[in-house]
Ligand binder design. Structure first.
Ligand SMILES: NC(=O)C1=CN([C@@H]2O[C@H](COP(=O)(O)OP(=O)(O)OC[C@H]3O[C@@H](n4cnc5c(N)ncnc54)[C@H](OP(=O)(O)O)[C@@H]3O)[C@@H](O)[C@H]2O)[C@@H](O)CC1
Ligand SMILES: Nc1ncnc2c1ncn2[C@@H]1O[C@H](COP(=O)(O)OP(=O)(O)O)[C@@H](O)[C@H]1O
Ligand SMILES: [K+]
Length: 464
């Protein structure tokens, strides 16, 4: 993972900084780089208006004194509120170089939160919490330096119930997990990275990179682009929706297998067939299978799932398939597998595969190893994990996606990308998520799953 895309734990961040220090960069120099980089952003937001910097006792506070000094040098009116004196040598030095006298409280246009960063170890005490909230009411723009104070850098948990919502968060040196994890992600505002020279860290999680998608070859035909088999079930609408999405997700041919009469909403260009068993067992053109949307949870559904997985084709399992999944069903497989659980389905997989890891990122990583496949843990902070490699976070997508059927659309898109066969299953899963997000951005507010599908051709065009 290249440095601007890596996402570090607080411990990995410290290790990265220590390596820079061992290579000859002083802590003072690192703080100067961090503070100057942050001050550049604050300067632009302030546009000459009054800035208040809230400084804590550690090095995050130290960054704050650098910011205050740099802004003052540039003629910006700035005050510092420092409820705790600096405790580290570098922060003391930064305060000395700033040279001003802190005030007890302040009003202004921009509040710069340098109370705590990666070193926060417990909830904000009553007085600090009150001060932070009070200052947030006394300003109109809120910038968090490195992290909003009051959140856990590694889990994204809010350590205090009520925290300000920021307009901008400036990550220093590298992204921390909390920048991309809920619930912290929701209070970050815009996110910008300040480079201080931190190198790539072995094994670090990362941000998914915007992909370039496949364009059919000049001599392509429908089978060469990938034939996707979608297995219908008890609730036929979900399979139709997933198939409609898949038709715009890259595959050349999507076939829905369903024995329902009068399927709802089938477009004329979607091919529907009956029993999938003969085709899956014998048709070499089938490049991938999607099972789960609308499958149902009956004994019959369980045996269809077991049989489909035993065919050992590249397969996406979603929805009911995730609830029915048992470790034995995966035993003899070697073909790529992608599971797309939401939080409840992730719990079900965790139970089935005896994973009790409480940390979501750890659990997702552990389960990807256990299933020997790709896991797309969906939600406002979607994680994609695969065995033997660091997980990636998808960029936040519109919360309008929280509507019924959008999961079927995502499953169809990932399966379609898997059928195209141009990339790994890990990349196909990310491509599907990118398409899904892009379509949601284009669909505007209050869209339905069908509205999302309608945006897919244009969304695909954004990745060519
Ligand atoms: N290292 C580097 O090279 C660089 C680091 N940089 C910057 O440093 C930041 C990390 O600095 P940091 O480790 O000093 O942690 P920070 O978040 O400032 O606070 C820790 C202090 O707070 C205390 N404390 C904790 N919780 C508390 C609470 N609830 N209420 C009250 N006190 C509490 C804790 O002491 P404790 O009481 O736990 O013993 C400790 O004194 C990082 O986010 C980035 O901004 C950049 O300048 C680039 C170079
Ligand atoms: N608040 C949210 N912000 C961003 N994306 C969301 C949010 N809520 C849901 N999503 C996305 O919408 C989709 C919902 O999937 P799922 O829960 O399986 O829905 P369904 O079963 O109704 O099809 C997932 O891709 C998920 O990541
Ligand atoms: K902060």
């Amino acid at each position: 993972m290249d440095a601007p895309n890596q996402i570090l734990t607080a411990a990995q961040m410290r290790a990265g900084e220590e390596r820079l220090i061992a290579d000859g960069t002083s802590v003072t120099e690192l703080m100067e780089r961090a503070g100057r980089g942050a001050a550049d952003w604050v300067f632009r937001v302030a546009a000459g208006r009054k800035v208040t910097v809230l400084c804590g006792p550690g090095n995050n506070g130290g960054d704050g004194y650098v910011i205050a000094r740099v802004l003052a040098e540039r003629g910006v009116p700035v005050e510092v509120v420092a409820p705790r004196a600096p405790t580290t040598d570098v922060a003391k030095e930064a305060r000395k170089r700033w040279g001003g006298e802190p005030v007890v409280t302040a009003r202004g246009a921009v509040l710069v939160d340098c109370l705590f960063g990666t070193g926060l170890s417990r909830p904000l005490s009553g007085d600090l919490h009150r001060l932070l909230i009070e200052l947030s009411y006394a300003h109109n723009h809120w910038i968090a330096v490195d992290l909003p104070s009051g959140i856990d850098a590694d889990s994204g948990e809010l350590l205090n119930d009520v925290l300000p919502v920021y307009s901008l968060t400036l990550a220093l040196g590298a992204w921390k997990l909390a920048h991309w994890m809920m619930p912290a992600q929701a209070i970050m505002g815009d996110l910008r990275l300040v480079d201080i020279g931190v190198e790539p860290e072995e094994g670090a999680a990362g941000l998914s990179e915007r992909p370039t998608l496949f364009v059919p070859e000049r001599d392509a035909h429908k089978y060469a682009r990938g034939l996707l088999a979608v297995i219908g079930g008890a609730m036929p609408g979900a399979g139709v929706l997933a198939s409609r999405a898949a038709m715009h997700g890259g595959a050349g041919y999507v076939k829905l297998y369903s024995d329902h009469d009068g399927l709802p909403g089938v477009p004329p260009d979607l091919v529907v067939a009956g029993d999938p068993m003969p085709a899956l067992a014998t048709d070499p053109r089938i490049a991938a299978v999607l099972i789960g949307p609308g499958l149902g949870r009956s004994e019959e559904a369980r045996s269809v799932l077991s049989w489909v997985l035993a065919c050992d084709l590249p397969t996406v399992c979603d929805a009911d398939a995730l609830v029915l999944l048992e470790p034995e069903m995966l035993e003899d497989r070697s073909a790529p597998l992608v599971l797309t659980p939401h939080a409840g389905e992730l719990d079900a997989i965790g139970n089935a595969f005896a994973s009790s890891e409480p940390d979501r990122l750890e659990q997702v990583t552990e389960l990807a190893e256990a299933i020997e496949g790709v896991l797309v843990a969906k939600g406002p902070d979607t994680i994609v994990a695969a065995p033997g490699r660091p997980p990636v976070f998808m960029p936040p997508a519109p919360s309008w996606l929280s509507t019924a059927g959008t999961g079927d659309v995502l499953a169809g898109l990932i399966a379609s990308q898997l059928a195209v066969g141009e990339t790994s299953a890990f990349q196909a899963a990310q491509n599907g998520c990118w398409l899904h997000r892009e379509a949601a951005l284009r669909a505007g507010p209050a869209f339905s799953a069908s509205g999302l599908v309608a945006q897919l051709p244009a969304a695909y065009g954004a990745f060519l």
